[in-house]
Design a protein around this ligand. Sequence first.
Ligand code: PLP
Length: 347
Amino acid sequence: MAVETIDLRSDTVTQPTEEMRRAMAEAAVGDDVFGEDPTVNRLEAEAARRLGKEAGLFVASGTMGNLVAVLSHCGRGDEIILGNTSHTFMYEAGGVAALGGVHPHPLPVLEDGTIPLEAIRAAIRAENIHYPPTRLIALENAQGSMTGTPVPKAYMDAVGELAHAHGLALHVDGARIFNAATALDCDVADLVAAADSVTFCLSKGLCAPVGSVLVGSQEFIARARRMRKIVGGGMRQVGVLAAAGLVALGKMSTRLAEDHRNARRLAEGLAQIPDFAIDPQRVRTNIVYVTLGGNARMGARAIAGALTERGVRVLAMDDQHIRAVTHYWIRSEHIERALQAFHEVLP
Ligand SMILES: *Cc1c(COP(=O)(O)O)cnc(C)c1O
């Protein structure tokens, strides 16, 4: 009999729930490029309402959402200020430069997920023919690279104020914005109130099989709809996917505290292993990063390999760092079993 795998590599591994599969089978659909898919229209309206914006756009992935947002805010030769460990700078294949001709201006992200306001202010270009014009500031919330740290509303508001004072727009990569809002115990619309546009993923902790939504003003989303077409993201009877997204947005967005408790428990257990350096207090959402100390008995890749043999999967980021992410399909007993496997590998 196959042993059930405890897959902690990412919250992207989440399978759709039974309710999602039923909703997908029964979804009313139409041609969404003609604006005629009622289920997509419902998802876009509901996403906009939840995030406090005028309109929404269903896209194939978070990467597509961020790319379409940047293409809609910026022209060729414009500059975007963003974090040097942000997903858009690190993990989106350089799409903003490759496809948009947009010049990235990366700034160091602190452990608390913020970029100091003074650093952003100093990075905004003065009018000068030598400089690419700054057009956009992009923040990430929760900040994935910093153990999924939620970034508080006061900071988001301050960056929004700075952006708008300089005639710039603020985009928020909110792939895990519901995790951030849950951890901060604040309303998600309040958290992104200062943003001109936001993307969030339906396919991570929210369990939908595919999709993200980009939200913003009516006028912005009309432009984004054209940009989505340019990148080949105009999909047809895509209500079958939006149906799962509606369940994700409605039901799954309110249960994330459980994933956060499991992540904290995992971090506390891992902190007992002498090879690891980890501060469980920093784990506030569903991402756990473990740093291997100088005295570690094995490298991260060897540990991940040995765990796989015991039915537990984690991600070796390099040979010094391991990532584990909790999600809907991980229950507290899985955390205990995963910790037991870690202890077997590093007795
Ligand atoms: C996952 C993620 C994305 C988008 O990822 P896709 O795999 O393209 O959906 C964007 N930003 C952040 C912070 C993410 O974690």
